[in-house]
Design a protein around this ligand. Sequence first.
Ligand SMILES: C[S@@+](CC[C@H](N)C(=O)[O-])C[C@H]1O[C@@H](n2cnc3c(N)ncnc32)[C@H](O)[C@@H]1O
Length: 502
Amino acid sequence: MAPPQPKNRSHAPAKAGPGQPGRRMASRDAGERAAFFARREAATVLRRVLRGDASKRSGGSIKSLVFSPSVRNKRATFALVCQTLKCLPILKEVFASTGVLSSKWKKQEELVYVTAYDILFGQEIAVSGSVEQFILLHKDTFRTTLKKICVKRKVSSIKDLISENTTVKPKPRFVRVNTLKTTTGSVIEVLSKIHKVEKDDMVPDMLVLPPGTDMHKHPLVTDGKVFLQGKASCMVAVALCPKAGWKVIDACAAPGNKTVHLAALMNGEGNIIACELNKDRAKTLQHTVRRSGANNVETVNGDFLDIDSNDPSYAEVRAILLDPSCSGSGISTERLDHLLPSHSRDDQDDAGSSARIRKLSAFQRKALSHALSFPSVERLVYSTCSIHQAENEDVVNSVLPLATSLGFELATPFPQWRRRGLPVFDGAEHLLRTDPEDDLEGFFIALFVRKAAADESSAEPSKDGALGAKKKRVCTTGNNGLRAFSSLRLSRMDALRSIWRL
Ligand SMILES: C[S@@+](CC[C@H](N)C(=O)[O-])C[C@H]1O[C@@H](n2cnc3c(N)ncnc32)[C@H](O)[C@@H]1O
């Protein structure tokens, strides 16, 4: 029976020599110490993940919990948490049939699971922690039970047992070049020395790397020259297409990936007000803004709904990006939710989850109506990373009478994109959906454009067919290969045709 090997573990297995391990920490070798601490860090993260999952509250995705500043050995912790989660149903079955999990161990069951995974399936480093000793004491019983489970399920190895429900198609790694700090050309030059790098054919400054490419610690990322942002997420700011110099609100902004993307699209010119309700997430937002080098972003820790749209300081807001809290059902694979116990219970449509979606969509409607009330807004993007109609088409449909009365209409971002909104009302074809099958996450984008602004912009071009003597920065969400903000002399009609396909 071949045990599965851990992936991406930075603490290499250390061979315990005769006479080892010593009883005191000081005498443990580096491998033992690393394993000892990694198990405890992983257990802390696992507890938060499982509690969030059990209560149906989002306690944060596995990734966000692992990559929080309090976790020191992120890589090892991430690997250990994911591997333990993959094995969790089997481990629970083993503990249930052996009956060794007394109330004493149940109090620290996450550490028991992590250690059991690590000693039974991962690295067999025996250290003198009490949980480690407990697992070692029963190791042979656990192995015998595992063999019986394999026989019962008719699989030849534990590896097969574990991969039964956890295999996910690998996706390319998308990265966005932060043009406030560097150029796409220079990033390609650096990355192509070690990876196959391609330019995305639709989103400017987006690069596509092979699945599994780990960029988390790459200097380009830590220096803020590159952001690890998915393609669908990047389509949102490109769809909004704010002009350099505009005043823009990012209404629900943390962690700030779209805020700094907007800043880059605006070439750092103009003013972005990035609003975030949650205090801790507002700090993350500030950190993201600092890392990006954007100096036209003002962060506000507060409720977007409390911003008075009639306050003269917001009278010049021309564009709003509204990416509110949502169920995250479109990025559940990315968030590794398929590893969570609730996923396997197939309770996605139970009463608790419908109530949660109803509550979210009520907030989304309120926030979208509020965004529409800003007097000078010309362009407004509403986006979610949800696949639920209740958070997407239904929200847009419910505000359409208000939007129409205020002079807005739906426009078509990325007209060449095939997958549009669910056909549940006239005009849903303007909406955009992305799907995990497109190798992306499940995102939804609606673009509202104020008719007066569109009409004014679509006035006949001047005699030379250009926007004016000066080169204008023009945003396109159009055809393959076009840059989002190319310094091109485009005729007004051409520009509008490719940008705001109404
Ligand atoms: C989906 S996330 C935004 C992700 C962000 N746009 C990005 O790309 O990095 C939604 C955020 O909205 C915040 N939020 C929720 N309600 C809010 C409100 N009433 N006002 C401001 N922010 C809010 C949440 O705390 C959360 O950080």
